[in-house]
Ligand binder design. Structure first.
Ligand code: FMN
Length: 209
């Protein structure tokens, strides 16, 4: 009998960094026995349109076609189900609907603040609140710089409530040659925290070459 799928909730909010979200969703779609539930915030739509290099979602000239398409519809096609932030009655809004982890990638400072303070006023924030109350893994991938005292306090509050704060902050020690390699490194760390096997990015095996 096949194993029950591992359910992962992915929320994409309106911070810069849509290639992280696209790479994450593609990796989850490739992973065996994973069922992905996608929530797109309204602001994510606007940022995605800018970061796709055009409303049609084609990659900017000179960039790898592997980066395209970057549209809400293309991302939704990679998921088992997709919801808007207004869909407050969707399955991830309830603790009785079991899942195995949620990631907010990228995570805006606005959504970070809402999650850190338990505001469940849209589906992204409610699903994160439910994930914390059910003691399931919650990974927040903030993308902002510099960070104000308010941002830092919200990060601490979210971490103290049980979230993992995993900034979109790739390292350079593996000598990346492309933007995609930098993106892969961050997404690989996210997948590690969700216990989803992957082959993204090299793993550190010690400094001896
Ligand atoms: C082009 C663009 C880029 C943005 N980048 C960021 C960002 O990197 N980090 C951030 O916290 N907010 C960023 N914002 C602001 C958020 O989109 C805004 O605070 C929004 O209300 C977040 O809503 P959401 O969390 O519901 O998606 C950006 C907005 C735009 C239009």
């Amino acid at each position: 009998m096949p194993a029950a799928p591992r359910r992962i909730v992915v929320a994409v909010t309106g911070a810069s960094g849509m290639p992280y979200a696209a790479t994450l969703l593609r990796a989850l779609a490739r992973a065996e026995a994973v069922e992905t539930h996608l929530i797109l915030s309204d602001a994510a739509h606007a940022v995605m349109e800018l970061e796709a290099g055009g409303a049609d979602g084609t990659a900017p000239e000179g960039e790898s076609p592997a980066a395209a398409p970057l549209t809400p519809a293309a991302l939704a096609a990679l998921a088992h189900a997709a919801y808007s932030q207004a869909d407050i009655g969707a399955p991830p809004a309830s603790g009785s609907w079991v899942h195995h982890g949620m990631v907010v990638c990228p995570c805006s400072m606005a959504s970070l603040a809402a999650i850190a303070n338990g505001l469940g006023t849209n589906l992204v924030h409610r699903a994160a609140d439910v994930t914390l109350k059910e003691s399931r893994p919650l990974v927040l991938v903030p993308r902002e710089t510099p960070l104000s005292r308010v941002h830092l306090k919200n990060m601490l509050a979210a971490q103290e409530a049980g979230a993992v704060i995993l900034p979109a902050c790739p390292g350079f020690y593996h000598a990346p040659r492309t933007v995609q390699e930098l993106v892969d490194q961050v997404v690989g760390r996210i997948l590690d925290h969700l216990a989803v096997p992957h082959t993204l990015g090299p793993r550190w095996t010690g400094s001896a070459r």
